[in-house]
Write a protein that binds this ligand. Sequence first.
Ligand SMILES: Nc1ncnc2c1ncn2[C@@H]1O[C@H](COP(=O)(O)OP(=O)(O)OP(=O)(O)O)[C@@H](O)[C@H]1O
Length: 260
Amino acid sequence: MDTLLKLHQATKTIPNESDLDNTILDHLDLTIRKGDFVTVLGGNGAGKSTLFNSITGTSLLTSGTVTLSGQEVTNWQEEKRAKYISRVFQDPKMGTAPRMTVAENLLLALKRGKKRYILPRKLKEQRTRFEKICESIGNGLEKHLDTPTGHLSGGQRQSLSLLMATLTQPDLLLLDEHTAALDPKTSKKLMALTDQVIEENQLTCLMITHRMEDALVYGNRLIVMENGKIKLDLNKEEKAKLTLEDLFVLFEEEQVSPGI
Ligand SMILES: Nc1ncnc2c1ncn2[C@@H]1O[C@H](COP(=O)(O)OP(=O)(O)OP(=O)(O)O)[C@@H](O)[C@H]1O
């Protein structure tokens, strides 16, 4: 088994107002193989984003370890991990610099994990490539290479965020409800694009979603989180047998809101 990411006994506690430790990740063990596309479900507050924050180094674990490509990165800062990990957030505003143009944002994305600055010469050199990349997603983004991203629609901006996150083929792609803020049609399109980009680039991906159908349809593995733990971990075959009804029943039993 070619392991890409391993969390061992990952625990995150944060003191609450009454000064008691609030356990958000609870001795969680998770192993992700290279090429896995794992969908992550869980009710509000289950610890999904905290899991991502612990993987990216946005927030460090209280105890336990994170290993990436065989190297322990538990105490690495976010900037150092950014060379290997890309993340797309729910909010279209999070992934792009609003005053910079689409082309400038793409150029910055080429420098993920390195010192980032814009050279007009480099911008010119990459223009044809950027046009082609934007064309490939079929929503007219190529006509907006010189448009500040703040002027784009939410859908265009999220597709740009996805392109930026995958431009340099990260070892690990984290999608944090990246289609949730879009209307159903745009969300569907972005999800299909996401699947295509992951497949074409053979990326390893973890995708948090509240859309149970997406969690079933996409990926080769499904995990369900509850109270900072992994409640259910299904492989491709097990996932193929699962129905939407099964998932609804599971969430009802656990009395956690599916959030859809
Ligand atoms: N910095 C923090 N300080 C205090 N509590 C926090 C902090 N970060 C997260 N929590 C708490 O930890 C729990 C898990 O939060 P997290 O955002 O990881 O859940 P989630 O599964 O991503 O939820 P959602 O689906 O609502 O986004 C929640 O109860 C949240 O309030």
